[in-house]
Design a protein around this ligand. Sequence first.
Ligand code: SF4
Ligand code: SF4
Length: 339
Amino acid sequence: MQIAFFCICLWIGWRFIQFYFSCLSLGLATVSRPPGVEAFLPISAISALMSAWYWLQTGVIHSMHPAGLLIFGAVLAISFLFKRSFCSWICPFGFLSEKLADLGRRITGRNFHLPRWADWPLRGIKYLLLAFFVWVVFFGMNLADLRAFLNSPFNQTADVRLLLFFLHPSTTTLVVLAILIGLSIFVRHFWCRYLCPYGALTALVGLVSPTRIRRNIPSCIECGKCARVCPAGLPVDRLLTVHSDECSLCLECVQACPVANTLAAQTIYPRRRVRPVVIALAITGIFLLTIVFGKLSGHWQSAVKLRQMSRQIQYLQLSGLGNEHNPPSKNGNPPAAGF
Ligand code: SF4
Ligand code: SF4
């Protein structure tokens, strides 16, 4: 599942790069823009939060980056049904984080866990970031502010700006990325566990999920294998039911358990075992239904016109985005003349 979703993300990224360069070189998009790129919008959680707040107030899905909002909804639905499974089954950053941790294990023979006194407060950082975003959007923006931002040239080209951010990384960006990569090699899931606000959101929603890991105490031989493989460092071998916000329903503990029918993902009520294939099919189904709904209801493609987007892209390139010595104009609008 992770590899499949990672390949889809790579394909979306590749199509978007082709789209960008066709706009840049020809002044016209000869490659269609993949709407899935909206899942990666700068701080996509914020962008989607704004669209969600707009939708809650007006009942209307804003036409700018609607796919981002629908994907956001799909992630929330998955988190409700299967806890933080988005992080371990779908998220490309979760996948990369996993690979970096594997590399760390190859280098040092193990992954390091931060001591409890450091782990607890650091885990709170992602919740603080999420709380800050929620505060800014839900308490700091009225309907007029939301409209102004969602319709702004900045938001129209948010995906392009993210691409340019990585195509022309500043020294600060490279240093921060290097630190995060280094930490993720030695501390498993450093980004996901401590910093990711999207992870905080899926974790909070997952707290009310009806699906949990549950141990059958009479058949458990207390070998501790489940706890040793748990990427979240949870004491699965000492719990009856795993309630932790950090459980991503990755099922590594279930796979490691040597005794049949001792450890399983189960629904709370009615108590039923949830097999991995069911989770995989449900996650895939939710994403497919989201795409079909978006396309059929006309809420998939962003409303920004391709010609307009091409102009914005050429303007961003000319204005030297990514070069702090030559920033674009303050309001983000392209100049009236010259196109
Ligand atoms: S190993 Fe088990 S308890 Fe640990 S995160 Fe994965 S599913 Fe949850
Ligand atoms: S791996 Fe299975 S048998 Fe071993 S402690 Fe965990 S639940 Fe019990």
